[in-house]
Design a protein around this ligand. Structure first.
Ligand code: HEC
Length: 182
């Protein structure tokens, strides 16, 4: 190792110690998480899981915190060279909603798209390496009341949120609707 490198390394370590920036990094909502969510949205658009050319399945009756009606698609897709399981849940709601209304014009009733994407091994071994994200219908990442973007390990270590609630899913795989993706 040369001296210049050592100097830069020392400076970096001092910065981390001084700002606590590594230790304090939140488990979700960072610029990296939002960037990854944007790449994921692009991959889902290309594979017709979201967007104006999306494949449409039959809506079914949902419950809180997801929509009054839902539609769920899952498959494997590739994001930045990594291929993983993806579950795409569209959340529909609004005054006067019905199953027929959603089936006839899904885009009109779409309130949010909640997605689980299995990232590379070790991304979050406590939680089966799922990346969680809640998108607005236009593909932008939605925020919680504290202004944190809902993308990444949402909300690891907290008593509410995607991870806390999905931990109760049967089969120990964090997925409610099936146990295929253990
Ligand atoms: C209070 C509990 C709760 C919270 C919080 C929650 N979910 Fe869910 N989620 C469920 C339940 C129950 C189901 C299964 C029933 C259904 O289809 O809605 C589900 C289903 C899903 C599915 C379809 C796969 C499956 O597990 O069946 C996805 C994807 C999903 N949720 C994503 C999210 C994301 C992303 C968040 C956070 C932004 C989130 N969920 C927050 C309870 C929750």
């Amino acid at each position: 190792m040369n001296r210049g490198f050592n100097k830069r390394l020392t400076a970096l370590l001092l910065t981390i110690l001084a700002t606590g920036s590594l230790a304090a990094a939140p488990p979700f909502g960072t610029p990296d998480d939002v960037r990854y969510a944007t790449d994921l949205w692009k991959a889902m658009t290309e594979t017709r899981l979201v967007g104006k050319n999306t494949i449409i399945s039959t809506p079914y009756k949902g419950m809180h915190p997801h929509g009054a009606f839902l539609d769920s698609l899952d498959t494997r897709i590739s994001v930045n060279g990594h291929s993983g399981d993806v579950i795409v849940k569209k959340n529909f709601g609004g005054e006067g909603i019905s199953k027929e209304a959603v089936a006839n014009d899904p885009q009109k009733w779409l309130k949010a798209v909640t997605v689980m994407f299995r990232r590379e091994k070790g991304y979050d071994s406590d939680n089966r390496d799922w990346f969680w994200v809640k998108y607005a219908p236009d593909g932008s990442v939605m925020k919680n009341p504290k202004g944190m973007a809902l993308a990444g390990r949402v909300a690891k270590g907290m008593s509410e949120g995607c991870i806390a609630c999905h931990t109760a899913a049967p089969g120990g795989d964090m997925v409610y609707n099936h146990d295929r993706m253990k």
